[in-house]
Ligand binder design. Structure first.
Ligand SMILES: Nc1ncnc2c1ncn2[C@@H]1O[C@H](COP(=O)(O)OP(=O)(O)OP(=O)(O)O)[C@@H](O)[C@H]1O
Length: 246
């Protein structure tokens, strides 16, 4: 990591620490994500996954250490526009329809009216909500709101897509369909960063980071983590790290 170059990395964290008041929640996090990766950040609730994500997308700032995205030191507005972000809780307006929410949230990306319409149809098709475009969001179920948030994050075709627990509350069939689309986007060049608690999502990731109590206790490809722990499955490797890392 000492040799890691901010310019050639898609995302680079160097010795990042983060506290809220007197409570330290991230300790000396260093990691590098290459363009075209699908990084899965795994860890128990409260371990610090969302905090790492918010430092990468520029929503929050570290107390020490550096965060670079696309070669630029974060936070930087021009880079924030290159990132699609789906937060853990859905920041949607219940009194507006899905279409109105999409227009509102994508207005900062200044898509032409025809492009906006085209993308709206594409992303709503993708998350299987085309039939509910004109429905007020307060009448959506929890899973529908997650899917709408994902659609909004995809509107401007960002090169980096950050998804904080994207498939919570989504049924297994749609979850598989969404992952297929995410992988398709990845093959077209989108770098993905996804947090999850769920082991079955791990197989979709090219790189895994395991977080525990604010520390990055393992980072590498699933094969590397399995080899390093002499495990047959990534679940076994996760249990190994969970059981022994301090
Ligand atoms: N704005 C904040 N103010 C104070 N403490 C915070 C704040 N945001 C997060 N924390 C604390 O930081 C720690 C890490 O939280 P974070 O949300 O990053 O964990 P997480 O791994 O994403 O958890 P989950 O899977 O439940 O979302 C927790 O102890 C949390 O209470």
């Amino acid at each position: 990591m000492d040799n890691a170059n901010p310019i050639s990395s898609c995302v680079l964290l160097k010795n990042v620490n983060k506290s809220f008041g007197s409570k330290q929640v991230l300790y000396d996090i260093s990691l590098q994500i290459s363009e075209g990766d699908i990084l899965g950040l795994l860890g128990p609730s409260g371990s610090g996954k969302s905090t790492i994500i918010k430092l990468i997308n520029g929503v929050d700032q570290s107390n020490s250490g550096e965060v670079y995205v696309l070669g630029e030191k974060m936070p930087k507005l021009a880079v924030m526009n290159q990132i699609g972000y789906m937060a853990q809780s859905d920041a949607l307006y219940g009194d507006l329809t899905a279409a109105e929410n999409i227009v509102f949230f994508s207005s900062m990306y200044k898509l032409s009216r025809s492009k906006q319409k085209q993308r709206m149809n594409e992303v709503m098709e993708l998350v299987d909500l085309s039939a509910h475009l004109k429905k007020q969001v307060k009448h959506y179920s929890g899973g529908m709101k997650r899917r709408l948030s994902l659609a909004i994050a995809l509107m401007h075709e960002p090169p980096i897509l950050i998804l904080d627990e994207p498939t919570v509350g989504i049924d297994p069939i749609l979850k598989r369909a969404i992952w297929e689309e995410l992988k398709k986007l990845n093959q077209q060049g989108t770098t993905l960063i996804v947090t999850t608690h769920v082991m079955d999502e791990v197989e979709n990731c090219s790189t895994l980071g395991m977080i525990r109590e604010g520390r990055l206790i393992a980072f590498g490809t699933p094969e590397q983590l399995k080899n390093a722990t002499a495990s047959n499955t990534i679940e076994e490797a996760f249990l190994y790290y969970g059981g022994t890392a301090k």
